[in-house]
Design a protein around this ligand. Structure first.
Ligand SMILES: NC(=O)c1ccc[n+]([C@@H]2O[C@H](COP(=O)([O-])OP(=O)(O)OC[C@H]3O[C@@H](n4cnc5c(N)ncnc54)[C@H](OP(=O)(O)O)[C@@H]3O)[C@@H](O)[C@H]2O)c1
Length: 217
């Protein structure tokens, strides 16, 4: 079975998901007026979670474990496999994806900036719900960064919640050839740089011809 990936993130207006030191006070204080912001029904709608170790590191010691009994998978090359009985640790993204497929999950909640970026690059995200709180924090952990190609989004809905939180859900349109491996860390695989150089050299006509089905035009 092939699972679909779903993202639910709170951001500053300048696109950060946490301060450099992991502080989330700027989000929690302003998000409080938005109440649950749909988080509880969102978690209820998934079969399991996959999060990056950076996200696990912050949520693990906190009082709440808000995942309603859903299995939680963590991607980490450094976390001990038996560090926490609440989670299953995977060493590589390939291993994690294979385990989620093997488990037969239908919908998986993807969490963490680098983790989500990597899954976007692989074309494994179906929906993104992004809730922006009205503040600029200037720097921090981000969801955004280099991708092997554009990710086309379809707007599903936008709601203005309490405290001026603007929550928008996008559905990822089916992606063409510009998906691939990406370590979510600012490095594109070598073959993508080569493909980009080739397309640039060919010019607009070459780029059109590279799209699937474009040959008939
Ligand atoms: N605002 C929100 O809604 C929200 C939501 C989630 C998280 N956050 C915050 O965001 C911060 C964490 O985000 P982040 O982007 O820094 O980290 P992240 O994606 O949660 O985790 C990064 C770590 O996960 C592993 N990893 C992730 N993707 C990988 C890949 N493609 N290949 C190999 N390993 C991979 C690596 O662990 P190893 O180094 O162990 O190999 C990496 O250091 C925390 O402060 C958290 O509280 C905020």
């Amino acid at each position: 079975m092939t699972f679909t990936g779903h993202v639910f993130l709170g951001l500053s207006v300048d696109g950060f998901i946490a301060r450099p030191d992991d502080d989330l006070g700027w989000l929690e204080s302003r998000g409080a007026e938005a109440g649950d912001a749909g988080f509880t029904p969102f978690v209820a709608s998934v079969d399991a979670l996959l999060m990056g170790r950076g996200t696990y590191r912050v949520i693990a010691p906190s009082d709440g474990w808000p995942y309603q009994g859903r299995p939680v998978h963590v991607l980490s090359s450094t976390l001990a496999a038996d560090a926490d009985p609440r989670v299953t640790v995977h060493r590589t993204l390939d291993d994690a994806v294979a385990a989620l497929e093997a488990a037969g999950y239908g919908r998986v909640y993807l969490d963490g900036g680098r983790l989500v970026r990597s899954m976007l690059a692989r074309g494994r995200v179906q929906t993104l719900t992004l809730s922006r709180v009205p503040v600029l924090i200037g720097e921090g952990h981000t969801l955004f960064g280099p991708l092997p190609g554009d990710v086309d989004l379809e707007h599903v809905e936008t709601t203005v919640l309490g405290g001026g939180m603007v929550q928008t859900t996008y559905r990822v349109r089916e992606q063409g050839p510009a998906t691939g491996d990406y370590d979510g860390h600012g490095r594109l695989p070598h073959r993508w740089h080569r493909t980009r150089r080739l397309l640039r050299a060919r010019g607009p006509a070459g780029r059109r011809a590279h799209r699937p089905g474009a040959g008939a035009q």
